[in-house]
Design a protein around this ligand. Structure first.
Ligand code: SAH
Length: 193
């Protein structure tokens, strides 16, 4: 069966995130991805989640409480562009997810932006474990969405193919700009043992 962009991103993370990993939810929104990541890393792992909206942090906190997953999650009410500082003392991450655009049920003008999104992705790439993935679910139907999608596609298309596999996935016969998935996997380089 052909999965939605969101479901396919979850499939990739389920296959690559391990118990005990440190992973990143770059846009927690309503917390669905955070719950998945917290489940995958288990009580010995850690999820660091970012959002610039207080409402998103609150909604996600509630969801984690309900699921009994608060211990392994740190929620930061700040932008993912602060990732270089936050990850300074962490050598490796087991994966990361971005769910771009705006948060359903809130202010549609608070959207992710191309420059900060690309800044965050570029901070994560050197820390990504070999065989692990950064997934980005990219929406383009809202004002500003198409610009972010195009800038991201330009950026990821330029990543060195010797170091990364980059995938674009999405339905091409659906109306209303369905989201696409961009997935980046770190490759084993030839000179590694
Ligand atoms: N479009 C998705 C949900 C996206 S939620 C869907 O349809 O399900 C995107 C979240 O990113 C929002 O909660 C928003 O507040 C958050 N966000 C925007 N800019 C951000 C930034 N620089 N850092 C972290 N989160 C950000």
């Amino acid at each position: 069966m052909l999965l939605s962009a969101v479901d396919f991103s979850h499939r990739l993370l389920k296959e690559t995130v391990c118990k005990g990993d440190l992973v990143i939810d770059a846009t927690v929104g309503n917390g669905n991805d955070t719950v998945l990541l917290a489940t995958l890393v288990g009580p010995t792992g850690k999820v660091i989640g970012f959002d610039i909206q207080k409402q998103a942090i609150e909604n996600t906190k509630q969801k984690l409480l309900f699921a009994g997953l608060t211990d392994q999650v740190t929620l930061l009410h700040q932008g993912h562009e602060t990732l270089p500082d936050v990850l300074a003392d962490h050598p490796e991450i087991g994966g990361a997810i971005f769910n771009l655009g705006y948060m359903h049920g809130t202010d549609k003008t608070v959207i992710t932006q191309k420059d900060t999104t690309i800044h965050a992705v570029s901070a994560l790439l050197p820390k990504l474990r070999i065989g692990s993935c950064i997934t980005l679910v990219v929406y383009s139907g809202h004002p500003g969405g198409m610009e972010e999608k195009q800038a991201l596609l330009d950026y990821v298309s330029g990543l060195n193919q010797a170091l990364y596999k980059v995938l674009q996935y999405g339905f091409i016969n659906q109306i209303n700009h369905p989201p696409i998935l961009i997935a980046i996997e770190k490759k084993k380089t030839p000179y590694m043992k």
